[in-house]
Design a protein around this ligand. Structure first.
Ligand code: FE2
Length: 287
């Protein structure tokens, strides 16, 4: 298909994936949607975890000191408070609605700890790959409180928080040229429809976290239920319709890197040798 044909064609659901309940850090209960056996990655997306619980024992242990090298981590807090601290002297508090986009690059050691003892903790952590030539870039942060994330109302009953990418003239604050990501939090009121143009030939998915959504047009239309991830493809015109009640979802798109991925735990490199080097550098305190 030519790029023009893709632009005129409706996106449809290529596959649906359910996450797997697991725990990470010091016993934080979460659902791994990308990065588990069903969907090891969706280039350039390496991992998607959803955490959401109102039981303190499911999150209070947090994520004590651990390293990262070779990719971006994106934390989107829907509810709760999380403090992060790294070994380069950076520290910050993520509160409800905040986004932290961390380019781990050559590496850092950090902790991500809940700063609350009760109530609900809810959000997402997404890992996005870096191209081989940027894996050893300087670590950097792009961090935005809820009030600094622009909100677009592209149609009646449609509310979109634009974390990265754009909705009409509303542009998200995050810049990451290597994967050119779109990251939207989309809310549709009951009965609402919305059409959005995805970047052609990018990897894309959506994940409803409240309510369910109908994706596509005519015979290709499929319902995507709460906590099902829909891999999107086949066209650029994304048609969404709230299925029954209101729905809220995250919608992501990014340019695939089409490079080898050699990963183990918190290190994602392009060659086995670079992966081994990451372990050595970490053990010898070079992060
Ligand atoms: Fe981390």
């Amino acid at each position: 298909m030519s790029t023009d044909t893709i632009r005129d064609t409706y996106t449809h659901v290529i596959r649906k994936v359910r996450g797997q309940a697991t725990s990470d850090g010091a016993g934080v209960k979460l659902v791994r949607v990308i990065g588990g056996p069903q969907l090891p990655d969706l280039d350039p997306f390496l991992m998607l975890d959803e955490f959401g619980t109102d039981r303190p024992e499911d999150y209070i242990g947090g994520f004590p000191e651990h390293p990262h090298r070779g990719f971006d981590t994106v934390t989107y807090m829907l509810e709760g408070r999380m403090r992060h601290r790294d070994n380069h002297g950076n520290e910050g508090l993520l509160t409800s609605g905040a986004v932290q986009w961390m380019t781990a690059g050559s590496g850092l050691v950090h902790s991500e700890m809940p700063e609350q003892e009760s109530g609900r903790m809810r959000g997402f952590q997404l890992w996005i790959n870096l191209p081989a030539n940027l894996k050893m870039t300087q670590p950097r942060y792009q961090e935005f409180a809820a009030g600094s994330i622009p909100v677009a109302h592209p149609a009646d009953g449609v509310t979109t928080k634009v974390i990265a990418g754009h909705v009409g003239d509303v542009v998200g604050p995050i810049a990451q040229p290597s994967t050119d990501p779109t990251y939207l939090d989309v809310g549709l009121d009951a009965g609402t429809e919305w059409e959005y143009e995805l970047p052609a030939e990018y990897a894309a998915f959506l994940y409803p976290f409240a309510g369910s959504v109908i994706v596509g047009e005519g015979q290709d239309a499929r319902t995507v239920e709460t906590q099902a991830l829909a891999v999107l493809g086949g066209g650029s015109r994304l048609r969404l319709k709230a299925d029954g009640g209101p729905v809220r979802m995250i919608l992501l798109a990014g340019r695939p890197l089409r490079e080898p991925i050699v990963r183990y735990g918190p290190f994602v490199m392009s060659t086995k040798q670079d992966l081994m080097q990451a372990f050595v550098d970490y053990q010898e305190g070079r992060f």
